[in-house]
Design a protein around this ligand. Structure first.
Ligand SMILES: [Fe+2]
Ligand SMILES: [Fe+2]
Length: 210
């Protein structure tokens, strides 16, 4: 019995290490577009929950950096790939335009969070408002008559779009300089800030056809 327990523990700890490695190495290319975007939503929600319950300033700083980087990559790939495909397939301008306006609002708040940093008096308030904005936006995308439901009902190649999203996401995260898991917000902010702004600016120019 004792032997079996010890074996289980050792296998489980090896498995945990292996899962950690594979999660970082694999861009989940087999996911369809909606599964990929929903997985992004769940990841950020988890980090927001952790942020809310954290009492450590450095942990909160690290989580804020991860959340901001993930949201920027997510909104970029949605705006470059998924949203245009959705609009073309469904003609649902109201849903599409509202989603883009919500992205713009989140992006402004993210820029303020990154610029001011965790020592700013408004850091927690901004993170809290960002969390509420994202919750609302995710409900709009995942709700019963929301964008994703309409996309599933429309004639869209969600598998091919999923591959495009995964490829572009890996590019964007790479250009932004890692996914924020290893470095603290303080140590990465200066380089990531300019790099991510560059990516975002390019993405916006592409979306706007400039
Ligand atoms: Fe989304
Ligand atoms: Fe979105």
């Amino acid at each position: 019995m004792a032997k079996r327990k010890s074996k289980t523990r050792s296998t489980s700890s090896r498995g945990k290490a292996a899962r950690g490695r594979s999660r970082k190495a694999m861009p989940a290319k087999s996911q369809d577009a909606i599964a990929l975007l929903k997985a992004d939503h769940r990841q950020v929600e988890g980090w927001f929950e952790e942020f809310d319950s954290s009492r450590s300033d450095s942990r909160k700083q690290d989580l804020a950096a991860k959340i901001c980087a993930a949201l920027k990559a997510h909104t970029t790939i949605e705006e470059e790939i998924f949203y245009p495909a959705f609009l073309e397939a469904t003609g649902e301008e109201d849903i599409h335009h509202q989603a883009e306006v919500e992205h713009d609002g989140a992006r402004k708040l993210i820029a303020e969070i990154e610029k001011a940093g965790p020592d700013d008096d408004y850091f927690d308030a901004r993170m809290s408002v960002l969390s509420e904005m994202i919750k609302h936006h995710v409900r709009e995308e995942e709700g019963r008559d929301g964008m994703f439901a309409k996309a599933r009902a429309a004639d869209m190649d969600l598998q091919a779009l999923g591959q495009q999203l995964a490829t572009r996401k890996a590019e964007v995260m790479g250009e932004a300089g890692e996914d924020g898991e290893e470095e603290s917000a303080r140590s990465r902010r200066p380089a990531a800030d300019s790099g991510e702004r560059g990516v975002l600016a390019r993405a916006l120019r592409r979306v706007r056809g400039e």
